[in-house]
Ligand binder design. Structure first.
Ligand SMILES: Nc1nc2c(ncn2[C@@H]2O[C@H](COP(=O)(O)OP(=O)(O)OP(=O)(O)O)[C@@H](O)[C@H]2O)c(=O)[nH]1
Ligand SMILES: [Mg+2]
Length: 593
């Protein structure tokens, strides 16, 4: 019997129901396994292509999937809505999904009218996404490749659609360039996203006029930057950047030039994409196996408790009961203290970050003013040049601010996780351990995306889900970094100075600077305040959940020891024990973890 058979086996489910009934466990085992079965079949692996506007994302996807320039490419901001490419036969049609829930089928020839920012400016048409079908091998194993609007594109509307995809991703492909290599803005973006990216493929686009030496030099730089991001997140991943000449890949694909295709670097990347699905399936099955084993252990422990209850003298049972209740009471009171400390810590730190961020914004805006004043005072500056200067200096200011705010948020995430580690929770196998114990045990690569993909809410997996890597209080702050990156990287906060005048004074620029300052304050400070409250609520929720679970456990124990057991019970537990052992022994490859 496979694990998959087991979770659908009537005997297993009866034992789950009898010994681990949902409302008593904080974990709804039946519901959890049900989600597993349902989602394993209709699972899809969302792999978006991320990167700055114009990095070559659409060209890259064309070179992998298309016989023609199906996904629109252009020098200026092009892709304005997400385009999902799924495996399927009907390659002539595209399905337009609108924000209001309506759908429309169009011929693929008209795709540009919906995807290209020139026709569908700032997503005027209110499209939520477009789905295309494609027969490429790459997509065969449930991979859905998604072409997204670039980060840092002009319109905030387009950035928002990109942000929504980030929340659903299982793995991501990051497009970077040879020249310029990763900029500060890109670095900030990747940095904010990092905690969500359990599996990332980096592709460096080598343009046709860039030499191999240029590409190698840039690759070294890019890998260095990415390693430093990885390091800052306490991870020691081996970072590999794949150089691809996207232009040649496209040409080779469209002209069916096999040799050129082999030599432009795209083949390696295709292999990596195919691997995502294999690794992902392996991880999913491993998780399932682990969970099943834990549930089996839990049932076994419970049956054994009952068995010993039926055999012991009354006096002995009373003593055991007292012991068990005492243990739980102790955990409860210890947890109370630890959680109180966590709340106080998060609260204080959040206040510090808010105060510090205000200071950072103020300082950088003041520097921006000084810098602009210095330039203007140096001599006559026309509107066009001033626009460029303003863009450049405000860019620097925004990146400085982002840098510092992101660093403080990720510090807080790290420290808060540390504070939470000592709290004792109840595991899937029914044992009480502190959070760090469970964190150490979990090492699957795709863990960060599992709950989304399985459609499992934290409610179903109880406290284990609530504190999983991206769940709980710290998870809220991770999301904050991402949304911050999206709102700040865009250009929309910088108005162009279009008037052509003989001379400008700093007074002319003052309204723009003020606007920028207010925008930054409201985006950052308001967001921090709101998230501070969410974090606190989440800690409180964790506290309530834990208290409820432990209190229920005490009630169960009381009940267990209250009952007087007779011959019939003894036989019943023996029988269940036999069934359980039969199930365990019947499992294939049960020894492997
Ligand atoms: N010469 C050359 N041009 C390239 C290469 N890759 C992309 N381009 C061009 O760069 C421009 C932008 O490419 P896209 O594929 O549209 O870039 P994108 O990342 O999808 O851009 P957005 O959708 O606007 O975010 C297009 O004009 C491409 O033809 C390359 O390797 N060599
Ligand atoms: Mg594009």
């Amino acid at each position: 019997m496979t694990y998959m058979d087991l979770i659908q086996d009537e005997r297993f489910n009866r034992l789950l129901e009898k010994y681990l009934k949902s409302e008593n466990q904080g974990i709804d085992y039946k519901e959890y396994f049900k989600h597993f079965i349902e989602n394993l079949n209709k699972k899809e692996i969302i792999v978006p292509v991320l990167g700055i506007q114009g990095a070559g994302k659409s060209s890259f996807l064309n070179s992998i999937l298309m016989e023609d320039n199906i996904l629109p490419t252009d020098v200026d901001e092009t892709t304005c809505v997400p385009v999902e490419v799924r495996y399927g036969e009907n390659t002539n049609e595209a399905i337009i999904h609108y924000l209001n829930g309506k759908k429309e089928n169009i011929n693929i020839e008209n795709l540009e009218k919906y995807v290209h920012n020139d026709y569908n400016r700032a997503n005027n048409l209110q499209v939520s996404k477009i789905v295309l079908y494609n027969k490429s091998d790459v997509l065969k194993d449930n991979i859905v490749l998604v072409d997204l609007p670039g980060v840092g594109s002009l319109t905030p509307e387009n950035q928002r659609t990109t942000l929504e995809y980030v929340n659903k991703l299982v793995a991501g492909i990051f497009m970077i360039r040879t020249n310029p290599p990763i900029t500060r803005t890109e670095k900030n973006f990747i940095n904010a996203l990092w905690p969500k990216l359990s599996n990332t493929i980096f592709v460096q686009n080598k343009w046709n006029d860039e030499s191999d030496d240029d590409a190698d030099e840039a690759k070294e730089h890019n890998e260095g930057v990415l390693s430093s991001i990885s390091y800052a997140h306490n991870e020691e991943k081996q970072i590999n950047v794949n150089i691809v000449n996207v232009y040649e890949a496209v040409k080779a694909k469209f002209t069916k030039d096999v040799e050129l295709y082999e030599n432009c670097g795209i083949v390696n990347v295709i292999d990596e994409i195919k691997n995502i699905s294999k690794e992902y399936n392996r991880d999913l099955i491993n998780t399932l196996n682990q969970r099943v084993n834990e549930a089996l252990k839990n049932i076994n422990d419970r049956i054994n408790t009952y068995k010993s209850l039926t055999l012991n003298e009354n006096e002995q049972n009373d003593l055991e009961k007292e012991e068990k209740i005492k243990e739980i009471k102790m955990i409860l009171s210890e947890n109370k203290k630890k959680i109180r400390n966590c709340r106080a810590y998060a609260d204080d730190e959040m206040e510090n970050i808010i105060e510090n961020s205000s200071k950072i914004i103020k300082e950088n805006i003041e520097n921006l003013r000084l810098e602009l004043r210095r330039i203007i005072n140096k001599g006559i500056v026309d509107g066009h040049r001033l626009s460029l200067i303003y863009k450049e200096t405000s860019d620097k200011a925004i990146n400085n601010i982002m840098d510092e705010v992101l660093v403080s948020i990720s510090e807080l995430v790290k420290n808060l996780n540390g504070e939470l580690e000592d709290i004792t929770i109840k595991g899937f196998d029914g044992t009480y351990e502190n959070i760090s114990f469970f964190n150490k045990k979990s090492s699957i690569k795709y863990e960060k995306s599992l709950p989304t993909v399985l459609g499992v809410s934290t409610g179903v997996i109880g406290t284990i889900g609530a504190i999983g890597i991206l769940g709980g209080p710290a998870g809220i702050l991770v999301g904050m970094g991402i949304s911050l990156a999206f709102s700040l990287i865009g250009e929309h906060i910088r108005t162009k100075i279009v008037e052509n005048r003989a001379s400008y004074t700093i007074r002319d620029l003052e309204p723009m600077i003020e606007d920028l300052e207010n925008y930054l304050k409201s985006e950052i400070i308001d967001d921090l305040r709101a998230k501070g409250k969410d974090v606190d609520d989440s800690i409180k929720e964790l506290k309530n959940k834990l208290e409820k679970t432990f209190k229920e456990d005490m009630e169960i124990i009381e009940k267990q020891y209250e009952v007087t057991y007779n011959e019939g019970h003894i036989l019943e537990f023996e029988e269940d024990s036999k069934i359980l052992n039969g199930l365990i022994n019947g499992l294939e490859g049960q020894k492997e973890k």
